[in-house]
Design a protein. Structure first.
Length: 66
C-alpha cells in the first residue's frame, strides 16, 4: 500500500477538536481513500484577551489509487 500526505488547515470558533474535524471534512469533499489524520500544529487567533479562532494544521493520509 502506498499513501500520500496532504496538509490542511482547519478553523473553528469553538475548539481545536472542531478545527481538526473541519479540516478532515473539507479534505473528504475532494479526496478519496482517507485513512489517517494527524494534528501537526495548533494555533489561536486572538482578539485582545479572548480567543477568536482555533486553527489545527492537520496532515491527512490517503491511499494512492492504482
Amino acid at each position: 500500500m502506498t499513501q500520500k500526505v496532504i496538509e490542511i488547515v482547519g478553523t473553528s470558533k469553538q475548539s481545536f477538536a472542531k478545527a481538526a474535524e473541519n479540516a478532515v471534512a473539507e479534505a473528504a469533499k475532494t479526496v478519496r481513500g482517507l485513512r489517517w489524520a494527524r494534528v501537526a500544529e495548533l494555533e489561536m487567533e486572538l482578539d485582545g484577551k479572548k480567543i477568536a479562532h482555533y486553527r489545527a494544521t492537520t496532515k491527512i493520509y490517503f491511499d494512492i489509487e492504482k
